[in-house]
Ligand binder design. Structure first.
Ligand code: AMP
Ligand code: ZN
Length: 114
């Protein structure tokens, strides 16, 4: 996936500070933050999005959520609360076709999701 910006971040080809990394996932601050804490957790392996997932990807997805929990603690929002968001496809405004979980927090978030 040579043209995928998140694959480029994983490959170290875009200067991006990783705030969490293990064998399966990487995380970094969103370039256009919507909240005081706004991080993205991505699989190192290119997966386009939720709708393209296979059963065999379930472990990676679970790993992403556990990494989000760890990152929320690291960023100091576990006690105050946070929101995990996965946009999928056009109506949800997914703009980067590499699976990512948004971790949002650091202020009271809007109660409405849609
Ligand atoms: P989505 O709309 O769910 O596809 O979210 C994509 C997110 O990626 C947006 O919030 C962008 O601000 C963010 N983004 C795009 N390029 C970069 C980048 N190079 N580094 C960090 N975040 C990025
Ligand atoms: Zn990718």
């Amino acid at each position: 996936m040579e043209e995928c910006i998140f694959c480029k971040i994983v490959a170290g080809e875009l200067p991006t500070e990783l705030i969490y990394e293990d064998d399966v996932v990487a995380a970094f601050a969103d370039i256009s933050p919507m909240a005081p804490v706004h991080a993205l957790i991505i699989p190192k392996k290119h997966l386009a999005g939720v709708d393209e997932l296979s059963e065999e990807d379930a472990g990676v997805v679970g790993h992403m959520i556990m990494a989000a929990q760890r990152l929320a603690r690291q960023l100091g929002v576990s006690a105050s609360g946070y929101r995990l968001v996965i946009n999928t496809g056009a109506d949800a405004t997914q703009t980067v076709p590499h699976l990512h979980v948004h971790l949002l927090g650091g202020r009271p978030l809007e109660p409405k999701l849609g």
